[in-house]
Design a protein around this ligand. Structure first.
Ligand code: FMN
Length: 295
């Protein structure tokens, strides 16, 4: 998660049995390298790096990943096909985020090791389909593992993802409201306060829709999009806003969050979140078994 997933958070996820993911996002090569080195100091477990494919310095970011022997890459915002030869040569496991069956099939043909099927209820950049319909259709279409993302925060969500054919889950919003996440406390409190209908999608007309918690920035986007202002003006409005939110600006910051925020009521440690995911999924599985046995 850009501006959010720091070495401390990524290492905490890996140390608790998950796979922590650092965000390369718009970082310079130098700061990306520093973050990778800092994460290695905090965990001896594997971790990955997320690349946003539209970044101008992406080839240089990939140089850094290869030099620092990063083993896993996830990709967002597009088709990573052009970069597969470099990943393959370096032996890097690649897991692209996909919003549709078509892109899932394409990246699988190109050599992806797994796909992250992310539903529109997720925080941040999103597609159109819900997790419920996307994960099952992607799982039916591919022979590689599917990781479900979007709207998962507890063991019920993990069990549901398994039921749809996923082999794993990716969490975003739940990890923002953790002790180890280093965003401003205002951001975490905003997630705790949010209810089921408090997120909104900004920037649909730019082709890069982003789900955030409703605030002054969201209203400004709504106003400008209704006025059909040029896309450049909307992009200018959105620039640097996640960083502002991470620094505590809840009015004009892009407070990226998924719809699942309505279910998050406590700041917990990453280890507790992951422990609950596993124990909650086991409890859910028992209760599903009982319900199905009574059919
Ligand atoms: C604050 C925030 C920043 C994010 N930044 C990125 C990013 O830089 N790259 C990316 O591929 N996904 C990004 N995402 C999406 C997450 O990686 C994840 O797929 C998504 O949050 C899952 O849905 P959930 O929020 O319902 O858990 C971001 C999500 C949030 C909440």
């Amino acid at each position: 998660m850009a501006s959010v997933s720091s070495p401390r958070l990524a290492a905490a996820v890996s140390n608790a049995g998950g796979l922590g993911i650092l965000a390369a996002s718009s970082q310079t090569e130098e700061s990306l390298r520093e973050q990778i080195i800092a994460t290695k100091k905090l965990t001896d477990k594997p971790f990955g790096v997320n690349l946003m494919l539209m970044m101008g310095n992406i080839q240089k970011q990939i140089d850094v990943l290869i030099e620092e022997n990063v083993q896993v890459v996830t990709t967002g915002a597009g088709n990573p096909g052009a970069f597969f030869p470099r990943f393959k040569e370096a032996g890097i496991v690649v897991m692209p985020v996909v919003p549709s069956v078509a892109l899932a099939k394409r990246v699988a043909r190109q050599g992806a090791h797994a796909v992250i099927a992310e539903g529109t209820e997720a925080g941040g950049h999103i597609g159109e389909l819900t997790t419920m319909v996307l994960v099952a259709q992607v799982a039916d279409s591919l022979d590689i593992p599917v990781i479900a993302a979007g709207g998962i925060a507890d063991g019920r969500g993990l069990a549901a993802a398994f039921a749809l054919g996923a082999e794993a889950v990716q969490l975003g919003t739940r990890f923002v409201a953790t002790v180890e996440c280093e965003v401003h406390d205002n951001y975490k409190q905003q997630i705790l306060k949010a209810n089921d209908r408090d997120t909104i999608v900004t920037g649909r007309t730019t082709g890069h829709p982003v789900r955030i918690i409703r605030n002054k920035l969201a209203r400004e986007f709504e106003r400008l999009e209704a006025e059909r202002v040029p896309v450049e003006e909307l992009e200018k409005l959105g620039t640097g806003r996640l960083k502002a939110a991470a620094s505590g600006d809840m009015e004009m910051g892009s407070v990226m969050s998924g719809q699942i925020a309505g279910m998050i009521n406590e700041i917990e440690t990453v280890a507790d979140v992951i422990k609950e995911l596993v124990s909650g999924a086991k409890d859910t599985s028992k209760s599903i078994h009982e319900k199905i046995s009574n059919l």
